[in-house]
Design a protein around this ligand. Structure first.
Ligand SMILES: Cc1cc2nc3c(=O)[nH]c(=O)nc-3n(C[C@H](O)[C@H](O)[C@H](O)COP(=O)(O)O)c2cc1C
Length: 249
């Protein structure tokens, strides 16, 4: 694919936006981006350049929303002081998660760690714990807010666009929702108005990965999809990912 340019990214005086019309974006095959974008919690503290921040936001606002109302706000956080304050809040939210929603599942997994399902859960647990211990070090956070849409249907396509765009620039991301446990403090810290109906949908962490990109293992489509009638077979099966890094599916 030919390299694409960032058109019309203008520095705002005093804001230090590094993007210029001559900045080259690598771009990426759409299937590669969507097959390899997964929760990337282990990342470097290296800052995410403002031209990539611009792409993340510009990709987000290209997303669909109900009635094209675009009732969304995106709040990028790269200020080390704010990130530092969010770190312990996030840590305590994850602790609350293990002590509530996932309490039984975690206990069951610890009791039987060799069971494949337990092993899978404990792997995610370790990764989530890593994120909780390093939350204040993520170089970039993106908070997604939406008005009059408790379903999230009008914000998550935009958030996913942002994650895919970051992926295309080699930046990993991970979507989190647990800050809801301490919503009040987070909204205060971010200066979010309380009387305009903004719902905090999620926070996404961004950073350059420490590890490698890979295709996410998932339940095969025939286990979770039907055709024409509920529970009716699709008529085909998909035995593995239809996109692979070497094109040898
Ligand atoms: C609505 C939603 C909420 C999520 N909340 C969290 C969260 O609070 N903390 C976290 O570490 N990951 C969170 N995740 C990420 C999931 O754990 C992750 O997408 C899933 O484990 C699959 O990971 P994989 O793509 O690496 O296989 C959330 C994902 C979604 C879609």
């Amino acid at each position: 694919m030919l390299p694409r340019k960032v058109w019309g990214v203008r520095p705002v005086p005093g804001c230090g936006l590094g993007g210029r019309a001559s900045d080259i974006l690598r771009g990426m095959d759409v299937l590669e981006a969507l097959y390899t974008t997964r929760a990337m919690r282990r990342v470097e503290p290296t800052p995410v350049p403002e031209r990539v921040q611009a792409l993340i936001l510009d990709a987000a606002v290209r997303a669909p929303s109900g009635g094209n109302q675009q009732n969304w706000r995106f709040l990028l956080v790269d200020d080390p002081d704010i990130r530092g304050q969010l770190g312990p809040i996030y840590r305590s939210c994850i602790d609350m998660l293990w002590q509530s929603i996932y309490k039984d599942r975690l206990e069951a997994a610890r009791a039987n760690p060799d069971d494949p399902e337990s092993a899978g859960f404990l792997k995610i647990y370790k990764s989530v714990e890593y994120a909780a211990d390093h939350f204040g070090e993520y170089p970039l956070l993106l908070f997604g807010f939406v008005q009059h849409d408790p379903s999230g249907g009008s914000i998550f396509p935009a958030v996913w666009n942002a994650m895919l765009a970051a992926r295309s620039e080699g930046v990993g991301s991970s979507l989190t929702s647990v800050l809801m446990f301490r919503l009040d403090e987070v909204l205060t810290l971010l200066g979010v108005p309380r009387d305009e109906g903004w719902i905090m949908a999620c926070c996404v962490t961004f950073g350059y990965p420490k590890g490698k990109w890979a295709v996410a293992p998932r339940q095969p489509v025939q286990d979770v999809a039907y055709k024409n009638q509920w529970a009716a077979p699709l008529g085909f099966e998909v035995d593995g990912p239809l996109w692979t890094p070497n094109g040898d599916s």
